[in-house]
Design a protein around this ligand. Structure first.
Ligand code: UD1
Ligand code: CA
Length: 457
């Protein structure tokens, strides 16, 4: 197949988003609209990607800094044809050019591949769709034997033309030399005084170049995002697609409409995900993992057989096999849970290693700690890791037993098999296999009386 250059039109302002954020930077499934479009371009192995930017251009460029993109500035938005014309200089004449829109993020690579293949045969290929309500779109005009002869914009269309439900999605593919020539010949003699890319169709017809169409399998693929309602609609389409893929792969979903995957999710066999779970970044769930409702999991690998109960926030972590987490647990970045570790409710863990089979079951904060295996951390135990200036480590040896309500003032080390009495504030090393406690002696004050309320004078 011919070499491909992708031109992404992204200069529009997106007024209807009513936002300070440039339209193409609005997130869909956790990534910007433009990032989704660039993914499609990359899936087609484009030799070069050119993005036409205008409104909020610097912000858009910054969001993709370091990526191999040729940025083309369109100072004044004078129409889709004008935008493509700006992008043409320097594209090799024998390339195929595929025009995508920065605000049309859901087109499937298969569909685009078909479009490019048609163009590689020297034709102008147009992606069309059947829209039950075609309002606002350019209509496809077909002549004898169904040949496309023109695209008419809604604002320029006659009432009869407005009845046509085959619409122009705006996405086209065309040999570069032809497209360069036609975009130079465009005139802005229409209702919007714009240079219409769609007028290339009549120029192609004049020049005897075949105009062919590929029809999108579903209008979902060509949904353009102009406002927040369409953004939410696109999100719902994505959600349904991802849920369908997961279910085909054998994942049990309590409700495919109530699962958000903002990134990538890989699942082993017999994974079950309850309602209202959100995955962000890269998440890998091993065989038999179960996730309870209302849980967020970001950038984590979860070993086989682990259960994460409801209302947990996992911000990053390497979680072993057979762990039990939550409900209501928070795992912050740089946490490693070895196999069989158990983190209970209202427990926060940060930058720590919890050894195999160790338990932190209730109301604890564990930060900057290395905890061995088979350790029991009692309810309400806190690592005092921060002295107001620096963070310090806590080390707890294998098999230690930390009583409830203990404060471990770091840096501090608890030996293997040590027992720490409940309520202790530990500031010095606690030796292995012995009981250490720090506790004022309990006293009872004889004849003590509760204060009584004074009688009102
Ligand atoms: C365009 C098509 C119309 C089609 C519709 C599909 C033309 C003349 N019309 O209309 O047939 O049904 O898309 O959504 O092509 N853009 C620029 N620079 C410009 C103008 C636009 O980069 O000067 C970008 C916009 O950011 C947007 C895309 O091109 O991503 C489409 O522009 P828009 O104004 O939305 O096109 P429509 O008038 O909707
Ligand atoms: Ca317009």
């Amino acid at each position: 197949m011919a070499n491909l250059t992708v031109v992404v039109l992204a200069a529009g302002q997106g007024k209807r988003m009513r936002s300070d954020l440039p339209k193409v930077l609005h997130p869909l499934a956790g990534r910007s609209l433009l990032a989704h479009v660039l993914d499609s371009a990359r899936a087609l192995r484009a030799r070069e990607i050119r993005v036409v930017h205008g409104h909020g251009g610097e912000q858009v460029k910054q969001a993709f800094a370091g990526q191999p993109i040729t940025w083309i500035h369109q100072a004044e938005q004078r129409g889709t044809g004008h935008a493509v014309r700006q992008a043409m200089p320097g594209i090799r004449p024998r390339d195929v050019v595929l025009v995508l829109y920065g605000d049309v993020p859901l087109t499937l690579p298969e569909t685009l591949r078909k479009l490019v293949a048609r163009a590689a045969r020297g034709q102008l290929a147009i992606l069309t769709a059947r829209m039950p309500v075609p309002t606002g779109y350019g209509r496809i005009i077909r002549g004898t034997r169904g040949k496309i002869t023109a695209i008419v914009e809604e604002k320029d269309a006659t009432p009869a033309q407005r009845e046509i439900d085959e619409i122009n999605t705006g996405l086209i593919a065309c040999p570069a030399a032809l497209l360069a020539g036609w975009t130079r010949r465009l005139r802005a003699n229409n209702a919007q005084k714009e240079f219409y890319l769609t007028d290339c169709v009549s120029l192609a017809v004049k020049d005897g170049v075949p105009v062919v169409s590929v029809t999108a399998a579903s209008p979902d693929e060509v949904l353009g995002i102009n406002d927040k309602a369409q953004l939410a609609e696109a999100e719902a389409i994505r959600r349904r697609r991802i849920s369908a893929e997961l279910m085909v792969a054998g994942v049990t979903l309590a409700d495919p409409e109530r699962l958000d995957v903002r990134g990538t999710l890989k699942c082993g066999r017999d994974v079950a995900i309850d309602a209202n779970v959100i995955f962000e970044g890269n998440v890998v769930l091993g065989d038999g993992v179960r996730i309870g409702p209302f849980t967020l999991v970001r950038d984590a690998t979860v070993g086989p057989g682990t259960v994460i109960h409801s209302h947990c926030v996992i911000e990053q972590g390497r979680i072993g096999a057979g762990c039990d987490i939550g409900p209501y647990a928070r795992v912050r970045p740089e946490v490693e849970l070895a196999d069989g570790a158990k983190i209970g409710n209202f427990v926060e863990i940060k930058k720590s290693v919890i050894g195999a089979g160790s338990k932190v079951n209730h109301l604890s904060y564990i930060g900057d700690a290395v905890i061995g295996s088979k350790v029991n951390v009692g309810a309400g135990t806190i690592t005092c890791n921060y002295d107001g200036a620096n963070k310090h480590r806590t080390r707890i040896g294998d098999g230690a037993f930390i009583g409830s309500g203990v404060e471990l003032v770091a840096p501090v080390e608890i030996g293997a098999g040590a027992t720490i009495g409940a309520g202790s504030t530990i500031t010095k090393p606690a030796p292995a296999n012995q009981l250490t406690l720090e506790r004022a002696r309990q006293t009872t004050i004889p004849n003590w009386k509760r204060p009584a309320k004074k009688a009102r004078s």
